[in-house]
Design a binder for this molecule. Structure first.
Ligand SMILES: Cc1cc2nc3c(=O)[nH]c(=O)nc-3n(C[C@H](O)[C@H](O)[C@H](O)COP(=O)(O)OP(=O)(O)OC[C@H]3O[C@@H](n4cnc5c(N)ncnc54)[C@H](O)[C@@H]3O)c2cc1C
Length: 407
């Protein structure tokens, strides 16, 4: 008897035949590649091909916990993420799809005097750059999260928190498919299950890509492959300052609503929120060692669970439903790499999105589209150039993720 076709064998709706040449080929059909395709098409550049080796949105974008916020630390990152969050606020209308963006806020917990000093500094920087973000004490924390253990005499007492009301959570698959559908409707070719095996290079100029089946010429090739960004860059003989690390996360069985905001602790390396279905999503920092392995391990789950219980001991008898892992393209300064590569024509990077890149996709896509359209680098992405690693302009964006904040 013939069974159902496994989901992973389905082809993207109305999949087009790949032409011999395009103005732009985007490698990577995750949220960044598709956002770029959408904004390119909106600005009139529709001769675009998006290629993915797997199914659309099946990389880091499928594994994300999709927390969106803009309470970053540096003068370079705060405005960028502030503008990206604003785009997210209108994205459902833009894509004509309900993305279920739920702005439930964010609490970054301080367990020590030094952590509180860091959070206070962040609050000040945020407010100077028009991001709503302020410190709250135990009383306000208790009002926002009655289930949090606020006892003072314990190893990691909850002393204060940075509160960022506009933060929230979005449906990651809706974002990815919304961008894909929009780009496709404007004429972009989006083709899954087609791996780029090599770049076509002529005298330091990228002329196209070689897939498993054919050569495709392009005026511009964009590397939007996140965890695989180094492998594509190597095809252009470039060594990126990126190492790929898995990030493991988990989700509990559904519970009655008890947590109405997102909570993060840099000291404990964990963050948590409750989904509309009642499950508690628990995430943390990336694995310590670089790897392309996306299997999950007991060590990680032990860390995530034991440290979440330090804030929410009432969860001790709750069962875990699933655990999963995705690849993160980590840079040494916890900031992305966007723009042209000096000395190589026709090659654009939008990578180094690490464990914080989902929230960045609208603004990154819009800025890279503007770069391609005008040839000029938009102000918001100028600090994220690759050459900063050569000329001492690294950013140290310590608020990128729970793990980053303590280094
Ligand atoms: C577990 C986890 C939790 C996270 N939580 C958050 C969060 O809460 N908030 C947040 O903002 N960010 C979060 N992130 C980070 C965020 O999800 C990523 O930064 C973002 O999804 C990256 O999107 P992308 O489009 O750049 O890459 P991806 O979605 O990984 O897409 C890259 C694509 O490139 C394709 N590809 C690779 N090589 C080739 C090739 N040779 N040919 C063709 N295609 C290729 C891959 O198949 C893949 O689909 C998290 C990440 C993980 C793993």
């Amino acid at each position: 008897m013939k069974g159902f076709t496994p989901l992973y064998q389905y082809k993207f709706f109305n999949e087009p035949d790949i032409k011999d040449s395009y103005d732009v080929v985007i490698i990577g059909g995750g949220v960044h590649g598709l956002s770029l395709a959408h904004y390119l098409a909106k600005s009139g550049i529709t001769d675009v091909l998006v290629l993915d080796q797997g199914y659309i949105g099946g990389g880091g974008s499928a594994r994300t916990t999709a927390i969106l916020r803009s309470n970053y630390y540096t003068a370079e990152a705060i405005p960028f993420f502030r503008e990206s969050l604003k785009l997210y606020e209108n994205l459902s209308s833009d894509l004509d799809l309900n993305l279920l963006f739920d702005q439930i806020g964010r609490l970054d917990i301080g367990h020590s005097e030094s952590a509180i000093y860091g959070l206070q500094t962040r609050a000040d920087f945020n407010r100077l750059l028009n991001v709503e973000s302020y410190m709250v004490g135990p009383k306000e924390i208790s009002d926002l999260v009655p289930s949090m253990d606020l006892r003072a005499n314990k190893l990691y007492p909850v002393m204060a928190a940075l509160y960022h009301p506009p933060a929230g959570v979005i449906r990651h698959d809706a974002v990815v498919w919304g961008y894909a559908r929009s780009a496709k409707n404007m004429g972009v070719h989006v083709v899954p299950f087609t791996k780029v095996m090599d770049l076509i290079i002529n005298q330091n100029s990228i002329k196209g890509v070689k897939t498993t089946d054919k050569k495709v010429a392009a005026k511009l090739v964009v590397n939007a492959t996140a965890g695989w960004a180094s492998t594509i860059a190597e095809m252009a003989r470039i060594r990126l300052p990126i190492s790929t690390h898995p990030l493991q996360v988990a989700v509990t069985e559904p519970l009655k609503p008890f947590l109405d905001t997102t909570v993060s602790s840099a000291n404990l390396h964990v963050y948590a929120y409750q989904t509309d279905r009642g499950e508690v999503v628990i995430g943390g920092g990336v694995d310590a060692y670089p790897s392309y392995n996306v299997s999950s391990g007991l060590d990680s789950i032990h860390h995530l669970v034991s440290n979440t219980l330090k804030m929410f001991p009432a969860l001790r008898d709750v069962r875990l439903l699933r655990q999963w892992s995705g690849l993160c393209d980590m840079t040494p300064d916890y900031a992305p790499i966007i723009g042209h590569v000096n000395g190589i024509d026709g090659f654009i990077l939008t990578c180094g999105w690490g464990s914080w890149g989902f929230k960045a996709a609208p603004m990154a896509g819009k800025c890279v589209a503007e770069l391609i359209l005008t040839g000029k680098t938009p102000e918001l992405i100028k600090p994220f150039k690759l050459s900063r690693f050569n000329n001492g302009e690294m950013l140290n964006e310590r608020a990128s993720a729970p793990a980053a904040a303590v280094h």
